[in-house]
Design a protein around this ligand. Structure first.
Ligand code: PEP
Ligand code: MN
Length: 297
């Protein structure tokens, strides 16, 4: 293993708690449960996500404003408008929001609007981006590269920490292999190894690993059973109409049901799932029809 002195510095076998907002951290006793769409599409979609998830134990909302798409002709995200929609959800629900950034410019744009930066798989080894994140103090979810070794993954977290930002959360999201039935192979072995080697919180994204919504509940439960500090799951008010990653999106109802199923698995690991909050009147208004955009690859 190369010199990853900050990531590997483990004292008393403890996971470092990364405070995301007062009363909520990653790596503590309470699991971090993130839900939300692949991409922020419009206000109606995000308000509906906020309305449903804020009455569940989901404790952070995700949504991409800048989307790394395989095709340059595919929807690239709403940019600043998407960030503003996330900020609105953050205001109405009180929940922290998470979005992916792909450049230093996007870090600056997103900084006032979101609570956690996400670094996507395709940018795990974008070292200049990692150095720029080191200069902020906002928590970062660093996703494992599409074909990155555990050591390469750890070294990328080290880049962010060496730059001065110690608030790093690792995220296993599946790696490439020969099979194509699933989108990627969820590497739960890496989750166990990262928990043993590092002191950082480790969460699992079963959505991008499975690529198929019907596989996600069992993979989620397996992730919690093997000691993950949380999960990040894609869900959408109308999954089949998602502009990106439609095939893997859970409905909001499926998401809420899945979170309840996590409870006994969390308990078996000495962890907790947040209480079901009382719905806030500010997010209870029924949204008008959500996006009618047709699904894209
Ligand atoms: C995402 O979270 O929407 C995403 C693009 O994930 P990944 O970087 O893991 O492919
Ligand atoms: Mn996605």
């Amino acid at each position: 293993m190369k010199d990853a002195r900050l990531v590997l510095a483990k004292t008393s076998g403890q996971t470092t708690e990364i405070v995301i907002k007062p009363g909520f951290s990653a790596g503590g006793k309470q699991l971090m449960i993130v839900g939300g769409p692949c991409a922020v599409e419009n206000a109606a979609q995000m308000n509906e996500v906020a309305r449903v998830l804020s009455t569940s134990p989901v404790n952070a909302i995700r949504g991409g404003a800048f989307k790394p798409r395989t095709s340059p002709y595919a929807f690239q995200g709403l940019g600043l408008e998407g960030l503003q929609l996330l900020a609105n959800v953050r205001r109405t629900t009180g929940l922290p929001v998470i979005t992916e950034v792909m450049s230093e410019e996007q870090i600056a744009m997103a900084e006032p609007h979101v609570d956690v930066f996400q670094i996507g798989s395709r940018n795990m080894q974008n070292f200049e981006l990692l150095k720029a994140l080191g200069k902020t103090q906002k928590p970062v979810i660093l996703k494992r590269g599409l074909a990155a070794t555990i050591e390469e993954f750890i070294m990328c977290a080290e880049y962010i920490m060496a730059g001065g930002n110690h608030n790093v959360i690792l995220c296993e999201r599946g790696i490439r292999s020969f099979d194509s039935f699933t989108r990627n192979v969820l590497d739960l072995g890496a989750v166990v190894a990262l928990k043993q080697l590092t002191h950082l919180p480790v969460i699992v994204d079963p959505s991008h690993a499975a690529g198929k919504s019907e596989l996600i509940p069992d993979l989620t439960l397996a992730a919690i059973a093997c000691g993950a500090d949380g999960v990040m799951i894609e869900c959408h008010p109308q999954p089949e109409k998602s502009v990106s990653d439609a095939r893997q999106a859970l409905s909001l109802q499926e998401m809420v049901e899945l979170v309840e199923r996590i409870r006994p698995f969390a308990a078996a690991r000495g962890r907790t799932v947040g209480a079901k909050p009382i719905a806030r009147p500010s997010v209870l208004t029924t949204s008008p029809a959500v996006s009618s955009a047709s699904p894209a690859a």
